[in-house]
Design a protein around this ligand. Structure first.
Ligand code: ZN
Length: 630
């Protein structure tokens, strides 16, 4: 197994990282073959996503690829360099719009130059067709527009709707019959088009729209099926194949339920038209795929927590009226990503909780996975980025991060996901809806505080989850540093905090800082024009976290909207402008791009006399080459 650095390269606002899959080496040959076939499935749907994102994307990609491969002119000049960066950005975003901001990319080279490139590779007509999408900033400017006073369908540049207005779309789906008990996700797998005055769906299935790609997906799924980890997984794959063949959304729900029940196999996958963020109306699923392998060590941690869930509930510093007397249904698994595809590649989530259909979640639960090797790669890359060194105060703090930062961060996530969200109960007759727009932030704060409170509990050492109290202290350092300083790098000057997780982190950190001021629990230190927050008393900070947890749990259990509003508006929204400016300036000097994505490993079958004798894994380091070779 060859592996160099975790960081491959960076361009514009993007960093390209690599991840390792150590768990692959411990699989049986049969499981390795399954990983191989599922990785083929995961790359088979790539073109679907490109076309979903914008109607010009595939043609744009083809000409970019052709120029990169064939252009024989000057490849050292500035304009060609700009062209290469543009191509890398388009590959990264699976299209002409930024993957996160959704804004269209603006080329740093002229239209005339691009015309000369297309002519040099014998494709001048490509220039005619692509000039507007590439060089007219006003044309299809944003992939997803959420701005309420516009026709969201007309204003968004995605390719899910053709010739229909927002009103027509809404009317079309409102009229669809849905089972009251088991409602299918209407519209999830089709393009809605207007033809001859009629609004109709072009369903994504074999023989339908995207038929060639889907046939390819099915081809590899058929192979994968023969190597399924168990009967349950085989059953799930068969249903997925049937769904791709028929486009029947009821079959997708059936697949999801069977997929959900499969919890024993070493290898698992995510596959289909899943998330709806790419559609402002939330109907259409973008195609995505992940192949993942169980991380035995990580799962030991989560199962130990799950087994002791009741102990944690009983010892939480909250009012007994708000506690559960039994705790069940904890099924989070720690996995290693083996391959990423579609909307999960190259930019990827660090954890996924599926399925999305609410009725299935209520009746059958959900599968929650965290991707340990992805967070590890982020951690390794961050050690070298200089961010920690810039914002951590003492050498002791920095040393602790190197030693325990990765483990402590993961244990915090485990406590947050496995126990925190599942803890506590509502008083009879109270629902979470009364907390309205403050619910998400409050709930994230509750889960974080539950985790923070226990990070310093000797129980974690006793269970063999943390090696020593210093590991817990390391998480306290990181949390305060992030909540009060580092996370401000994600927003622009003058902006307030909007995102729920960011609000909750600042709320907790700032509340603890202010409440502990008289006892100097956390000290604000200014040195050489730089601000630091330094924890002076970890025990006292733990007590403060416990106190806030009790209050946040009370607010949730009683549905105390006014208290939620005051807490969040008071501590979680407003940004200290001078400090924000300072943080941005310090961060800017480090030259660390804010977004990251990953190069995939490559798997190969080794055959002996037509028999598969082995599957090898390699870790390529050339981003552009991987993009061009798919
Ligand atoms: Zn959460």
């Amino acid at each position: 197994m060859k592996f160099g650095s975790y960081i491959s390269e960076q361009f514009d606002d993007i960093r390209i990282l690599r991840y390792q899959v150590p768990a692959f080496e411990h699989l049986t040959l049969k499981e390795k073959i399954l990983v191989y076939y599922l990785s083929r499935v995961a790359s088979a749907g790539r073109d679907i996503l490109w076309d979903q994102n914008n109607e010009f994307n595939l043609e744009l990609r083809r000409i970019l690829e052709r120029i990169l491969k064939e252009y024989m002119g000057d490849r050292e000049c500035d304009e060609f360099r700009h062209f290469v960066v543009y191509a890398k950005k388009v590959f990264f975003a699976n299209g002409v719009h930024h993957h996160y901001s959704m804004d269209k990319f603006a080329p740093q080279f002229s239209a005339a130059y691009f015309r000369s490139l297309t002519e040099a590779v014998g494709q001048p007509e490509a220039f005619e067709r692509l000039e507007r999408i590439m060089f007219d900033p006003a044309f299809m400017a944003k992939r997803v527009v959420l701005d309420g006073d516009k026709d969201l369908v007309a204003a968004s540049a995605n390719n899910y709707y053709q010739g229909v207005t927002q009103e027509e779309v809404e009317r079309f789906y409102a009229a669809k019959e849905r089972d009251a008990e088991c409602p299918v996700s209407v519209g999830l797998n089709s393009t809605l088009v207007k033809r001859g005055g009629n609004v109709e769906e072009e369903v994504w299935k074999t023989g339908g729209k995207y038929g060639d790609c889907i046939e390819n997906i099915v081809f590899w799924l058929e192979k994968a099926k023969e190597y399924a980890c168990n009967e349950q997984q085989r059953k799930a794959i068969c249903l997925l194949i049937e769904y791709y063949r028929t486009g029947d959304l009821g079959l997708f729900d059936e697949f999801s339920i069977e997929w959900l029940k499969e919890k024993e196999g070493k290898v698992d996958f995510i596959n289909g038209f899943i998330e709806v963020y790419g559609d402002p109306l939330g109907f259409k699923g973008s195609w995505e795929a992940v192949v993942q392998i169980v991380d035995e060590e990580g799962c030991k941690r989560t199962s130990r927590l799950a087994e002791n869930a009741l102990w944690f509930e009983e010892h939480a510093p909250v009012d007994a009226r708000f506690k559960r007397t039994e705790v069940s249904g904890v099924t989070a698994r720690v996995m290693q990503v083996a391959y990423l595809g579609g909307d999960c590649y190259p930019a990827t989530p660090i954890g996924i909780n599926l399925p999305n259909a609410e009725w299935i979640r209520e009746r059958y639960g959900s599968k929650s996975v965290t991707f340990d090797n992805i967070t590890y790669a982020y951690h390794m890359a961050s050690l070298n980025s200089g961010v920690t060194d810039e914002f951590a105060y003492s050498d002791g703090e920095k040393e602790r991060i190197r030693k325990y930062g990765y483990l402590a961060g993961n244990v915090h996530t485990d406590l947050h996901e496995c126990l925190g969200h599942g803890s506590g109960k509502m008083l009879p007759g109270v629902t979470t809806e009364v907390l309205k727009n403050y619910y998400s932030t409050l709930e994230e704060a509750r889960a974080d505080l539950f985790a923070l409170y226990y990070m310093l509990d000797p129980k974690l050492e006793e269970l063999g989850i943390l090696p020593c109290v210093e590991a817990g202290m390391c998480e306290y350092d990181s949390y305060i540093r992030n909540g009060l300083l580092v996370q401000l790098t994600r927003i622009k000057p003058g902006d307030k905090l909007e995102e729920a997780h960011m609000r909750n982190r600042q709320l907790i950190a700032r509340w603890a800082y202010e409440q502990g001021q008289t006892d100097r629990v956390i000290e604000k230190v200014a040195e050489n024009g730089k601000t630091y927050f330094v924890i002076r008393d970890y025990r006292a900070l733990r007590a403060l976290f416990g106190k806030l947890l009790a209050e946040v749990q009370r607010i949730k259990s009683e549905g105390d909207y006014e208290a939620a509003r005051q807490l969040i508006e008071g501590y979680g929204v407003e940004v200290d402008e001078a400090l924000h400016r300072e943080v941005l300036e310090r961060y800017g000097k480090l030259n660390v791009p804010p977004y990251a994505g990953f190069i995939n490993p490559e798997y190969r079958l080794v055959k002996e006399n037509e028999r598969i004798a082995d599957v090898t894994v390699e870790y390529p380091d050339n981003y552009l080459q991987q993009m061009l070779e798919q």
